[in-house]
Design a protein around this ligand. Structure first.
Ligand code: K2U
Ligand code: ZN
Length: 172
């Protein structure tokens, strides 16, 4: 297992549309998911899409366990949203690829998802609450979409200007 560098916006690689896993979930995919979880726990975060460590493949990991609770890692290969509620709810989102910027994003309150798990088994389940927010946030990453892309142009440009300045200062 390894902690991998997380791409930070603006970075054109984060805008890629990730490709589906073709064929069975292999040991190589499981090794990637292990690295993704180790990277996510180290960040720390509660979700991570493979593109955030530069791997344009449709894989997501997540762990919604509260601090001090036993870890509850979740793995999503080729996740799909089958249904989304009409009801939407705001949630103050952040992103490991958009550090130190938080803002409200409105998303469907409940979604029905289908995916392959760590062992390649097909799962269908409903998500609500933080699970629904996080899976939609991560699935946006698979389409090259960041949560700031849901904000006004003014807010998005403000966030990107702050990130560009931080990258310039880090390079000095
Ligand atoms: O994609 C990522 O960078 C992972 C996010 C997942 C996330 C974003 C918005 C709302 C919920 C989850 C990171 O975990 S951001 C850090 C964080 C941690 C706890 C709650 C919200 C955000
Ligand atoms: Zn994110």
């Amino acid at each position: 297992m390894a902690i991998r560098p997380i791409l930070v916006a603006p970075d054109p690689r984060l805008k890629q549309t990730s490709k589906p896993v073709e064929g069975p979930v292999t040991d190589a995919h499981r090794a990637l998911m292990d690295d993704m979880l180790e990277t996510m726990y180290d960040a720390p975060g509660i979700g991570l899409a493979a593109i955030q460590i530069g791997e344009p493949v449709r894989i997501i990991v997540m762990d919604l366990a509260r601090e001090g609770e036993p870890k509850q890692p979740r793995h999503f290969v080729n996740p799909e949203i089958l249904w989304a509620s009409e009801e939407v709810l705001p949630y103050e989102e952040g992103c490991l690829s958009v550090p130190d910027y938080y803002d409200d994003v409105e998303r469907p309150a409940r979604v029905k998802i289908r995916y392959l798990n760590y062992h390649g088994e097909r799962i269908e389940e409903e998500a609500e609450g933080l699970y629904a927010v996080c899976i939609q946030h991560e699935m946006d990453h698979l389409e090259g979409v960041l949560f700031i892309d849901h904000l006004s142009r003014l807010k998005r440009e403000k966030a990107l200007a702050k990130l560009r300045k931080a990258k310039r200062e880090a390079a000095l």
